[in-house]
Design a protein around this ligand. Structure first.
Ligand SMILES: [Ca+2]
Ligand SMILES: [Ca+2]
Length: 93
């Protein structure tokens, strides 16, 4: 991708890349198993996920209950974390 990407564009690419980097570790290449989800969360999101039971969170996110997180299920987590971060960021006056 172009090197002139903005910080925000790079951030989105990083989030998407993070999913596929971990999804490819075992089993299905395009979904996260429980193990892959736990590894992703503890390695990439240690501060945001520190008070979270990862097994419970996996169940919350796994809408179709197949014990795998598809990209859209993972993206719900990103949405939740965004809302969490929003509470800590003050709007401009
Ligand atoms: Ca996988
Ligand atoms: Ca699923």
């Amino acid at each position: 991708m172009a090197s002139s990407q903005t910080e925000v564009e790079r951030a989105i690419v990083t989030i998407v890349q993070c999913f596929f980097d971990h999804a490819g570790d075992e089993g299905k290449k395009e979904t996260l198993s429980v193990n892959e989800f736990i590894k992703l969360s503890s390695k990439e999101l240690p501060h945001l996920m520190k008070d979270v039971s990862l097994e419970e969170k996996m169940k919350d996110l796994d809408i179709n209950r197949d014990n795998e997180l598809k990209f859209n299920e993972y993206w719900r987590l990103i949405g939740e974390l965004g809302k969490q971060i929003k509470k800590e960021i003050k709007p401009k006056k």
